[in-house]
Design a protein around this ligand. Structure first.
Ligand code: PGA
Length: 246
């Protein structure tokens, strides 16, 4: 089965670097998407081959109106975005985003048929206290609370402590294969309980220091439907090494 692999470029990469990057991405049997900054989404869309999809990194909680600086779901749709990340831990932590806001964003995306990529994951103290499942449940309940039929939807399990951004040491480490497996099983059970058969169609990705050294072992887990890749998606060679997973 092909996997979904999304590059999360965050606030990196100039428009010029991005335009040079795209033609160097190899054709993969996996589904590939690039979550790029707003400013050059449209330019990128014009350059993307059909097999690479475009993703936003965030969206406004509002649908439209006087919200200086915000970008609406409808605007993302106009740029050609197929996906949009919501609830990334960098936004939950640095911008104090709440589950209610994340829920509003998801509803806006679903209205315009952009596939939300909802990020969930525990921090290190929650992990040490054995609260991973409790945190995942709370985040999923909060973000998906009034959604009866999610339709096209993606979840990314991203334990905060495994994301490059939040690791202090020089050597960055992904979660263990066992941790990933357990969390994915839990998320899939949650989806099954809440959405029944529909829930089975939801892809659950892993994110947090995915790189060419660990990607094979992570992606080969049957519970893992793909990866959300930050730091390693900024270099063509490492991104290509990850998406060539077969
Ligand atoms: P990372 O980022 O691969 O650099 O850990 C993943 C993410 O933040 O989505």
């Amino acid at each position: 089965m092909s996997k979904l692999i999304i590059a999360n470029w965050k606030m990196n990469m100039s428009a010029k670097a991005a335009m040079n990057f795209i033609p160097k991405i190899i054709k993969s049997k996996n589904l590939v998407a690039v979550a790029a900054p707003y400013t050059y989404l449209k330019r990128l869309q014009n350059k993307l081959p059909k097999y690479i999809k475009l993703s936003g990194q965030d969206v406004s909680v509002y649908e439209s109106g006087s919200k200086t600086g915000d970008i609406s779901a409808k605007m993302l749709k106009e740029t050609g975005c197929a996906y949009c990340i919501v609830g990334h831990s960098e936004r939950r932590i640095f911008k104090h985003e709440t589950d209610k806001e994340i829920n509003d964003k998801i509803l806006n995306l679903l209205k315009v048929k952009i596939i939300p990529v909802l990020c969930v994951g525990e921090n290190i103290s929650q992990k040490r206290l054995g609260q991973t499942n409790k945190v995942l449940s709370k985040q999923l309940d909060g973000a998906l609370n009034n959604i009866k039929k999610p339709g096209n939807f993606v979840i990314a399990y991203e334990p905060v402590w495994a994301i490059t951004t939040f690791q202090k040491g020089k050597i960055k480490k992904s979660a263990s294969v066992q941790d990933i497996k357990l969390a994915h099983v839990f998320i899939k059970q949650w989806l099954n309980k809440h959405f029944g058969r529909e829930g089975k169609k939801i892809m659950v990705l892993y994110g947090g220091t995915v790189n060419p050294k660990n990607s094979f072992d992570i992606l080969k887990l049957k519970e893992v439907d793909g990866a959300l890749v930050g730091a390693a998606s900024l270099k063509v060679s490492s991104f290509n090494a990850i998406i060539k997973f077969n």
